[in-house]
Design a protein around this ligand. Structure first.
Ligand SMILES: NC(=O)c1ccc[n+]([C@@H]2O[C@H](COP(=O)([O-])OP(=O)(O)OC[C@H]3O[C@@H](n4cnc5c(N)ncnc54)[C@H](O)[C@@H]3O)[C@@H](O)[C@H]2O)c1
Length: 245
């Protein structure tokens, strides 16, 4: 039996990178997965990949910054599978916030998007008798090194994750956050072609390689599963040793 057998899981940002790896691994371990993203072609390709490997999955077009989209995603998930046991908030955008418009956009996708998702899933989880929320933050939310909206959004995710963990613990809803180091995905792969930046990240990371979506998916799998039933409000750093230095 899979580690998350029978659990109904919603994964945002599931068309690409970390969200995609999480959706694939959760499905492999027996979850029924609702994949959501704004990139519908890539999303559908991931759903097809899961289904052709005997997994159970549907894909929904979803802008996480829009509350009405969250409303329809949750309604569709419940109508299709009966409830939602796990929410993985992975949708996110990068760190260029030179203008206030860009600052607001990064905050609205990364932080507000995660917050609205939690707000919409908590009543469903309460009714189901509990659940697990996993928010993908970043090292940028833990340590200094980027004076921008991305760091603010990820620090905000850290704060609301801990706050919700405390507020909803008695409802048996666990809320944890994950802090990836440099993970090679479409968001970051440009770094590999930029010698100076690549060298910077190589020197920053004690383990002699960069991370993969799979490295994060294994942590998310643990937090989504009942193996972590006594774990809430925790901050799981998966960074090849970067913050240990
Ligand atoms: N890759 C890294 O090194 C790294 C490190 C730390 C944290 N993270 C975080 O991990 C998460 C996933 O990033 P990734 O590296 O897989 O990037 P990615 O670009 O490969 O995937 C992000 C996904 O989010 C989707 N998305 C963007 N805006 C959206 C919106 N408004 N609504 C719905 N979906 C939207 C994109 O379409 C994309 O499929 C992000 O929250 C990112 O901040 C990544």
């Amino acid at each position: 039996m899979g580690r998350v057998h029978g659990k109904i899981v919603v994964v945002t940002g599931a068309a690409s990178g970390i969200g995609r790896a999480c959706a694939i691994h959760l499905a492999k371990e027996g979850a029924k997965v609702v994949l959501t993203d704004v990139q519908t072609d890539k999303l559908n390709a991931t759903v097809e990949e899961i289904v052709s490997n005997h997994g159970v999955a549907i894909g929904l077009s979803h802008n996480v910054a829009a509350e009405e989209d969250w409303d329809s995603v949750m309604k569709k998930a419940v109508a299709t599978f009966g409830t939602v046991n796990v929410l993985v908030n992975s949708a996110g955008i990068g760190n260029k916030t030179d203008t206030i418009e860009e600052w607001n956009r990064v905050l609205s996708v990364n932080l507000t998007g995660s917050y609205i998702g939690m707000k919409h899933v908590i009543p469903i989880m309460k009714e189901a008798g509990g659940g697990s929320i996993v928010n993908i933050a970043s090292l940028a939310g833990l340590v200094g090194g980027g004076f921008n909206g991305y760091a603010a959004s990820k620090g905000g995710i850290r704060a609301i994750s801990r706050a919700a963990a405390v507020d909803y613990a008695r409802d048996n809803i666990r809320v944890n956050s994950v802090y990836p180091g440099l993970i090679i995905t479409p968001m970051t792969e440009g770094i590999l072609h930029h010698e100076q930046m690549k060298k910077h990240f190589e020197e920053r990371t004690p383990l002699p390689r960069f991370g993969t979506g799979e490295d994060i998916a294994y942590g998310v799998l643990y937090l989504a599963s009942d193996e972590s039933s006594y774990v809430t409000g925790t901050e799981l750093v998966i960074d090849g040793g970067t913050t240990a230095k």
